[in-house]
Design a protein around this ligand. Structure first.
Ligand code: ACM
Length: 568
């Protein structure tokens, strides 16, 4: 109840009609690449309940670790890259905690790929002698389970018989993604097995494996779910296909009679802004699916892959963006006003923090650590403000900036303290976009307001430079970034001044300015400047196209600058 109302709370008598659009509204948490203590998982369940998400998809095994205690096969949980795992009692506690909040828990044990931790424990599950070490770097590993060995199925029967009862949900996720098959190709006995059984190829072999898993799990009262690579005609029709690559896989799964859950477009580990995810609708465009097929889109899941998150940073990667995604899964499709979403998102973010989440508080602690003990309170605030101007690089670029990274590496760089998106910068960019789209007269008062904002940013960066000598080395190593950002802002301010003077840049000056902006826009230490598209738009306004192009063409040219880069 808000304090703003004093000690008297008035609740309007009203009638609320509301219902979820999709029955499956999930968050996937990868506890394999990094382990998250029980308290962290419970906080995510509290937050999920607040935003009406109802499925925790718990990714419990991968190349790096098998995180569930097994009594029958204890080497599994003992051979991860670190020593962490969830005990059976902890899992039961989490499942009960989730259920009390209306949340189902769907466990994932990824097979036959993403399984190096299994092979580290029991090398004979592979077709090569080993020994194997659990993974400690991001990426796809070559080692996979050998589906041609009968003892593999005995092992899985015993293991699943032990662990399936811990999870009352009818669905059990078997993974199935990114099996490249190099090991299978190189194994004469596996190739002979494929021929003997008439499986055709590796895909057929994986389908054989999945179908046997489905049979084992059916015997334990479970239906299977798996990443879209598991799609194959031999799979039971009550399986759920979890689509992470492409709309083609979504349509094909539905046409072939399966139910689907969608995660493509909801990969929150890729540091995309909320508006990007908010614009993705789980339901494809009208006309592509029959009503029966549409009804088999159960819902969707945001995925928190954990290569680059620690227990201290994971919450700032999940929240508040996942609240916007949760609304997409719950509300009618026509609820899509992005500006209003951001207005509400900032309020929800505070409510989440009040409910015990630590996405802001942990970030503040890291900002103070990065500033260090020599920095004054004002200098800590400057570092905080500087970080609010930047964002982590998007998609899978981060790894290229830290080539030595392993799962043991500390996640305490400036990029870890930067929020996945800066709503502050988004607001300024929106202001600039609205100004730039108007091809007739440019609004002088609006331009002056933008100029002031750009100057405030430049001042923050100058203050950062002044304080850098007292910051820690990790903060100081972003000095080149500050220099670049100031250069980029200078181009924007120059463009605004040109526009305020009612002038135009000649073609050569425009080109040179753009070149300087592009040089300044290069990311540094996995941090990028989200204002760059808006600065490009300001520069574009100083060219001749603004007054000569037809309105629609001009606006399209401006809008194009603000589109996310094409997916690789
Ligand atoms: C996946 O992202 N490999 C499912």
């Amino acid at each position: 109840l808000p304090l703003s109302q004093g000690d008297t709370w008035l609740l309007p008598a009203c009638h609320i009609e509301d219902q979820p659009r999709f029955p499956w509204r999930g968050l996937m948490i990868d506890s394999a690449r990094h382990y998250f203590p029980v308290a962290v998982i419970k906080r995510q369940l509290d937050a999920m309940a607040l935003v009406k998400l109802n499925v925790l998809h718990w990714h419990l095994s991968d190349d790096h670790a098998f995180r569930l205690e097994s009594l029958r096969y204890p080497l599994l949980h003992q051979h991860g890259y670190d020593q962490h795992y969830y005990t059976r009692a902890e899992v039961a506690d989490i499942v009960a905690y989730a259920a009390a909040r209306g949340i189902r828990v769907v466990p994932e044990f990824d097979l036959p790929g993403h399984s190096r931790a299994w092979l580290a424990a029991y090398p004979w599950l592979s077709c090569e002698p080993g020994p194997f070490l659990a993974g400690r770097k991001p990426g796809i590993y070559r080692e996979v389970v050998d589906p041609s060995k009968e003892e593999v199925y005995v092992f899985l029967q015993e293991l699943f018989t032990e662990i399936a009862p811990l999870f009352p949900d009818p669905y059990f996720h078997i993974g199935g993604d990114e099996v490249e098959g190099h090991q299978w190709n190189e194994s004469a006995s596996i190739q002979a097995f494929i021929r003997e059984k008439g499986l055709g190829n590796n895909e057929g072999l994986q389908a054989y494996f999945n179908t046997r898993l489905a049979k084992i799990l059916a015997g334990l009262g479970k239906k299977i779910m798996g990443w879209n690579e598991i799609l194959h005609p031999t799979l039971p029709k009550d399986s759920v296909i979890h689509v992470w690559i492409g709309q083609e896989a979504l349509l094909k799964s539905l046409h072939e009679g399966y139910s689907v859950v969608l995660s493509k477009g909801y990969y929150i580990d890729l540091s995309q802004p909320s508006w990007y995810h908010y614009a993705v609708d789980p339901m494809p465009a009208a006309g592509l699916l029959s009503p029966a097929e549409q009804s088999r889109i159960l819902g969707a899941e945001a995925t928190m892959w954990a290569e680059f998150v620690s227990p201290d940073s994971v919450e700032s990667r999940i929240w508040p963006r996942t609240a916007a995604i949760a609304e997409r899964y719950w509300s009618p499709a026509h609820v899509r006003d992005t500006a209003d979403m951001y207005r509400r998102l900032e309020i929800v973010s505070r409510r989440l923090e009040e409910a015990g989440l630590t996405h802001e508080r942990n970030r503040s602690a890291l900002v103070r650590q990065l500033a260090g003990d020599q920095a004054s309170a004002a200098e800590v605030a400057t570092l905080d403000a500087m970080l609010d101007l930047v964002e982590p690089v998007k998609r899978y670029q981060r790894g290229t900036y830290f080539p030595e990274f392993t799962s043991y590496s500390p996640l305490t760089h400036m990029v870890d303290a930067a929020r996945p998106e800066s709503i502050r910068v988004w607001r300024v960019a929106q202001q600039i976009k609205a100004l730039a789209r108007d091809s007739r007269g440019l609004d002088k008062a609006g331009l002056a307001a933008v100029r002031e904002q750009l100057l405030v940013m430049a001042r923050t960066l100058a203050d950062f430079d002044d304080a850098a000598a007292r910051y820690t080395p990790k903060a100081r190593e972003t000095l080149p970034l500050s220099t670049r950002l100031q250069a980029a802002l200078a181009e924007g301010i120059r463009a605004v001044d040109t526009l305020l003077a009612g002038a135009r840049a000649d073609e050569a000056a425009y080109r040179q300015s753009l070149e300087r902006l592009e040089a300044a826009a290069k990311p540094h230490l996995a941090l990028q400047f989200p204002l760059v598209p808006a600065l490009r738009a300001l520069l574009l306004c100083t060219g001749s196209q603004r007054v000569t192009a037809p309105d629609a063409e001009w606006q399209a040219a401006v809008d194009t600058l603000f589109l996310p880069p094409p997916e690789s």
